[in-house]
Design a protein around this ligand. Structure first.
Ligand code: ZN
Length: 261
């Protein structure tokens, strides 16, 4: 499962907008848990509600093909509590340990692994520091674009420093973070799991900004910059439309005046 801080809100949005999103299985999973845990439907009713939702999202869907999946989702809808977090806290001692690593790339990775491990600790209280997220997703969140070889080297260095441990499992549940220090004072609250690496660099004083529209932390290119590239493109289109509409309004007013004379 991908990281969503507030699964309840997420499920409510999916239901309201009738969207399966990028990962239909994850959406159905959260919607099923929402109906069971928040709306209090019984398992049999959850099955019907999930099937209805699926049909609303995709009227052409062949429900028979989904029967087994929906069955399983309804059966396990009570197993994992719907996550409702406002973020995770990073403490002074944790930051000190991260800063002792050599190089900003290694530090960014350590910071991200810590945040992800803390998320899973909150989501599943027996988790004990395991990072239940794929290496690929972790590297994306850490804003690290480098070869797989370099990535393994970074992880190996962290292991040598005693900060992480690898499990013998072959799936993605393979890193345990060993430097969670909850008893030290809180220094940073991370409430956005996109671009965690950039947020760390921003904390270190490097020139980054948070997008005014979506809150994404991005590298600052100039002093006037307010938006991330996606939002900047959207704002540009919005402004262009407004300006065209404004001009039309102006022309119409001019025409009315002429007609009145
Ligand atoms: Zn943005």
């Amino acid at each position: 499962m991908s990281i969503v801080l507030n699964e309840r809100e997420w499920a409510e949005n999916a239901i309201a907008s009738r969207q399966l999103g990028r990962s239909p299985m994850e959406t159905l999973n959260r919607v099923a848990r929402y109906y069971y845990q928040c709306e209090g439907y019984r398992r049999k009713e959850v099955k019907q509600k999930v099937a209805d939702f699926l049909l609303q999202c995709d009227p052409g869907v062949i429900l028979v093909k989904w029967e087994g999946t929906i069955d399983r989702l309804a059966r396990t809808a009570g197993k994992y509590k719907l996550i409702e977090l406002d973020g995770v806290d990073v403490t002074e001692e944790e930051l000190r340990i991260i800063a002792s690593l050599d190089g900003k790339q290694a530090q960014r990775l350590a910071f991200t692994l810590l945040c992800v491990a803390k998320y899973w600790n909150e989501a599943q209280p027996n988790d004990n520091g395991w990072v239940n997220t794929s290496d690929k997703d972790v590297m994306n969140m850490a804003n690290i674009k480098t070869s797989v070889r370099r990535q393994s080297m970074l992880l190996h260095e962290m292991k040598k420093a005693g900060l992480i441990r690898f499990s013998k499992r072959v799936d993605s549940l393979n890193i345990q973070v060993k430097f969670i220090k909850p008893d030290s004072p809180v220094k940073i609250h991370i409430e956005d799991f996109r671009n965690i690496g950039n947020q760390y660099l921003m904390y270190c004083g490097e020139p980054f900004i948070k997008c005014d529209l979506c809150g994404l932390t991005i590298k600052k290119k100039n002093n006037r910059q307010k938006y991330c590239p996606d939002c900047a493109a959207e704002m540009y289109i919005r402004k262009s439309v407004e300006s065209v509409m404004g001009n039309r309004g102006g022309q119409r007013r001019q025409a009315d005046k002429t007609a009145a004379v």
